[in-house]
Every structure is written in C-alpha cells, then in structure tokens.
Design a protein around this ligand. Structure first.
Ligand SMILES: [Zn+2]
Length: 109
C-alpha cells in the first residue's frame, strides 16, 4: 500500500530495499516517532517478528527482503497507543532486545 504522505521513495545509495532501513534512524523527537509510526504501516507487510517482549511492548522485527532488523516500540498519543519502528543494527536480536529500553516519548522534544 503506497504511503502518499511520504512522497516518492528517495533513491538511497545501494539501498534498493523498500523497507528503507538505511534512510531512517532512531527517532529523536515526537515528530520523528509519529513519522515512523506511518512508516511502520507502510512497511508492515515486509516485517516478521524475531524477538518480542510483550511485557515491555518492545520487539525486534526482520525485513523479509533485506534481512535487516527493525525495533518496534510504542508511544501513547492522546488516548491511543501508537506503534512505530526504527532501524537497528544487530546480528543478535534477542540480545539487543534484552539490552534495549523503551524510548521515552515524554522526553522527546
Ligand atoms: Zn528491507
């Protein structure tokens, strides 16, 4: 499903994967997180869970196309929980998840 809000995909350097792993990074602001929530919807069909921690609403997903990993986190926006993803670089998703901590959107500017 195309995401018309994001416009045409930017041609990344040797990054043909539609998940855009190299074109995104850990959100630093609420705006970033909201954009990545939209991106999650756009690439959801490419992601498969590899490590989940339901007690913390955290997980690591793998792109079925390029094999790279995306962390999934959530923020509470108004009265709804909003899930977003951001790229992570790890060869061991379970270890990454064990060491991860949820981003704190209250601290996002
Ligand atoms: Zn990918």
């Amino acid at each position: 499903m195309p995401n018309s809000a994001e416009g045409p995909p930017a041609p990344g350097p040797a990054e043909p994967c539609p998940c855009g792993h190299a074109e995104h990074e850990v959100p630093r602001t609420m705006r970033d997180a909201l954009a990545l929530a939209g991106h999650r919807t756009a690439i959801e069909h490419l992601l498969t869970p590899v490590a989940l921690d339901p007690s913390r609403w955290l997980g690591v997903h793998r792109c079925v196309r390029c094999g790279r990993h995306w962390a999934e986190d959530s923020i509470t926006s108004g009265h709804a929980d909003l899930f977003f993803v951001y790229p992570v670089h790890t060869a061991d998703p379970r270890a990454w998840l064990a060491a991860a901590h949820p981003l704190q959107p209250d601290h996002l500017a």
